[in-house]
Design a protein around this ligand. Structure first.
Ligand code: SF4
Ligand code: SF4
Length: 102
């Protein structure tokens, strides 16, 4: 079973984590739903209302967030990116799943 549990796999996990960087990634996590919070200050044209009345980052037909530069794979609103994006940690947790997804 390929899991990150146990001492041996913890070592594997560590090696994988250190190899994972955003510059080596297809910005996989920018295909996830990003729910905006009260303090977020994102240009409105990049957002939409979800079915529950919340505000989320708008995604285009290709699945990526509308704020992502398609060529550089960089966030075009980095200084104003939502809290969810600020809190998303590279190399751990969900990132490990997203990094290998694309
Ligand atoms: S999935 Fe991880 S490595 Fe890829 S862009 Fe997001 S934080 Fe960076
Ligand atoms: S706001 Fe920026 S960091 Fe957040 S999902 Fe969109 S492109 Fe990615």
């Amino acid at each position: 079973m390929d899991s990150f549990g146990g001492a041996v796999n913890n070592e594997k996990h560590l090696k994988m984590s250190t190899a994972i960087t955003c510059s080596a990634c297809a910005a996989s996590c920018c295909q996830l739903e990003v729910l905006l919070m009260g303090d977020d200050d994102v240009p409105r044209y990049l957002t939409r209302e979800d079915r529950w009345g919340g505000t989320v980052m708008r995604r285009l037909d290709d699945g990526w967030c509308a704020a992502l530069d398609r060529e550089t794979r960089l966030c075009t609103i980095y200084q104003r990116r939502p809290g969810v994006c600020r809190d998303y940690e590279m190399g751990v947790g969900d990132c490990l799943v997203e990094f290998v997804r694309l």
